[in-house]
Design a protein around this ligand. Structure first.
Ligand code: ADP
Ligand code: TYD
Length: 207
């Protein structure tokens, strides 16, 4: 089973993903957690380039670098783990590229990016995608300590218009694939969100 977490920066994805791992392990499951961009030596180095605020790059280059990091991660780790029956938890996957580069950067039509991502991942698609939905004000408030200290990464420095387009694109993606996405209200407290996710995972583990 492959599970992905999606949402804008500060929505609470990593918090939820990282709570899910030990719970699944407690059920006797073997779990692999990966974050994107990253998860391999090469992909982590690409991550450093992508998030470095001192580097500027063309949006198409940016999309290719996110995709390159993902291709490497899928082919060197995710495919094998999935084949061996592990539960793979992805803290972001290809929907991030469609939402951020397609919606946020307005680089290309979401349909084109989705088709391209099928090639990038060799057809790997998550079984469940948890979209943690928060509004811009909530996310900004949660990340305020980072941004306030001028420590925001290259992506976090994109303006509010960018992030609103990312939110809107995620909403469209979720509406178009209701069987894969579960949309969660990220303004709820951490524990109740986690409980909702666990119930959903249990339902899909046994199906
Ligand atoms: P993301 O991975 O989506 O960027 P994080 O999980 O890192 O988000 O969370 C960003 C910040 O918001 C962290 O300080 C985290 O503790 C806090 N946070 C996460 N989920 C919630 C929640 N449901 N309610 C309030 N604060 C939260
Ligand atoms: P990260 O700190 O991992 O995200 P978060 O703050 O949500 O925990 O930073 C990854 C950044 O890269 C984040 O701003 C989203 C962005 N991103 C894209 O623009 N496209 C992509 O394909 C991926 C995977 C991430």
């Amino acid at each position: 089973m492959i599970i992905s977490f999606e949402g804008i920066d500060g929505s609470g994805k990593s918090t939820q993903a990282q709570h899910l791992v030990p719970w699944l392990e407690g059920l006797g499951k073997s779990v692999m957690y990966v974050r994107e961009p990253g998860g391999t030596d090469l992909s982590e180095r690409i991550r450093d380039l992508l998030l470095d605020p001192s580097i500027s790059m063309d949006p198409f280059t940016e999309m290719l670098l996110f995709s390159a990091a993902r291709s490497e991660l899928v082919r060197s780790r995710i495919q094998a783990a999935h084949r061996d029956g592990h539960i793979v938890i992805c803290d972001r996957f290809f929907d991030s590229t469609v939402a951020y580069q397609g919606g946020g950067r307005q680089l290309a039509a979401p349909e084109w990016l989705q088709q391209f991502q099928r090639a990038v991942t060799g057809g790997v698609v998550p079984d469940r995608t948890y979209l943690i939905r928060v509004d811009l004000a909530t996310a900004t408030q949660r990340l305020a300590h980072r941004l306030g200290q001028g420590a925001g990464d290259r992506m976090e420095r994109a303006g509010p218009g960018f992030f609103q387009r990312v939110i809107d694109t995620y909403d469209h993606l979720a509406a178009a694939e209701p069987a894969r996405f579960l949309v969660l209200d990220g303004s709820r407290d951490i524990d109740s969100l986690q409980e909702h996710i666990r119930q959903d995972v249990l339902a899909h583990l046994s199906s």
